[in-house]
Every structure is written in structure tokens, then in C-alpha cells.
Design a protein around this ligand. Structure first.
Ligand SMILES: [Fe+2]
Length: 202
């Protein structure tokens, strides 16, 4: 069902017009998101440790966030196009010509923080877009700060993660919303800033 090789897809986003490269765009978007984190902290976030998550959907009226949503269209449509037609698999069988963003937010983790394993019950496709990362993600032994898949959010069975993605700034990862995912804890090297959203067919 998880079929990570087929259903966990990585995209490198192209910067919108007016930005020299994706790093320049990320720096500008990170400033906007930082303001939201200052004003919209969610102290009782259920799946975060050592970080904050923005409370409401990202404000699409903000020009930079509108640019971000516009950048998502090509990879989302590519992901959907690659799904199988007329297939009973729970991800493929919802394949649709159109989609909408069902929710969007940002997560900021400080060293010592991590996102506990979770799923997105309201989504079809879920995501992580990386703006800033701690240096420690370059350590492929500890995998600190990496995205991990396949480990349930409750300690009932011995079921360690069985798929990892090494994040990079400017990378978008799309995956089925029902797949357990979280972040490997990291302890040093600066903040980890991401934006995320759920997609549903329509
Ligand atoms: Fe998530």
C-alpha cells in the first residue's frame, strides 16, 4: 500500500518570476512565514515537539504565498498524472483531473525539536516543502532532521521507519496522506522551516 518508490515523489521547485533562484525566493518566503510563527504560535500542537506550527491556512492573499501556491501547481499535476488510471489502490482510485489545496501551514522546529509520527486524515496527498534546514541533515548516518516514513505514531508494535528522504532547501516532497510520517530529531545546526499542505481531488 505504501509503495514508497512510486508514491513518495521529490520535486525541485522553480523560482517565480522576479527571483534569481530558489534560494532568494526561499529567503523572502521564510521572512513572511517567520512573522506568522511569531503571531500564530500553537502552543498545544499535537504532533510537534520543540517547535511551532502556524494556526490558520497560509494567507493566499500575501503575494509571496500566492507565488508559493502557484509554484505548487506543476508538481501536483505531475504527481496526479503519474497515478494509475482505474486502479483500486487507495491513492490511485481517487485520481481526478482537478484538485484543491485543503489546508496549508508552516512548521518551525528548533534544535531538539521533532515532528512526531502522524497521518493527515483530511488529505489525499500530503507534502513537505523545505525552506531552511539545520546543517545536521547532511549526516546520512544519524539522518537528523530527515523525513521518515512508515513508523506508527503510537508505540504498540515494533515497526521502525522503512523509508527516509534527505531534505534540501527548495525540495518539495509529495506522498499519500495516510502514510505515517515524522521527522528524525535533530539537536544542532539551526532551525528547520517547512511549509506543508494537503491536496484533495475535485
Ligand atoms: Fe505531516
Amino acid at each position: 500500500l505504501h509503495d514508497y518508490e512510486r508514491l513518495v515523489r521529490i520535486y525541485r521547485l522553480q523560482p517565480p518570476v522576479g527571483f534569481a533562484d530558489i534560494a532568494q525566493f526561499n529567503a523572502a518566503l521564510a521572512r513572511e512565514l517567520s512573522q506568522l510563527h511569531r503571531s500564530e504560535q500553537r502552543p498545544l500542537a499535537q504532533s510537534l515537539r520543540g517547535g511551532t506550527q502556524t494556526e490558520r491556512n497560509l494567507p493566499a492573499g500575501n503575494p509571496l504565498i500566492a507565488d508559493f501556491f502557484a509554484m505548487l501547481d506543476t508538481p501536483i499535476r505531475d504527481y496526479i498524472a503519474r497515478l494509475r488510471d482505474h486502479d483500486v489502490h487507495p491513492t490511485d482510485r481517487r485520481k481526478s483531473a482537478n484538485y484543491r489545496i485543503a489546508g496549508s501551514w508552516s512548521v518551525q522546529l528548533q534544535p531538539g525539536g521533532f515532528h512526531i509520527n502522524h497521518v493527515h486524515p483530511q488529505g489525499w496527498l500530503s507534502s513537505a516543502y523545505y525552506l531552511e534546514l539545520p546543517e545536521s541533515v547532511k549526516d546520512s548516518t544519524s539522518r537528523a532532521g530527515w523525513l521518515k516514513f512508515g513508523e506508527p505514531g503510537f508505540p504498540i508494535v515494533a515497526c521502525p521507519p522503512d523509508h527516509f528522504v534527505e531534505p534540501a532547501a527548495g525540495m518539495l516532497v509529495l506522498f499519500p496522506s495516510y502514510v505515517w510520517h515524522g521527522t528524525v530529531p535533530f539537536n544542532e545546526g539551526g532551525r528547520r522551516l517547512t511549509a506543508a499542505f494537503d491536496v484533495v481531488p475535485c
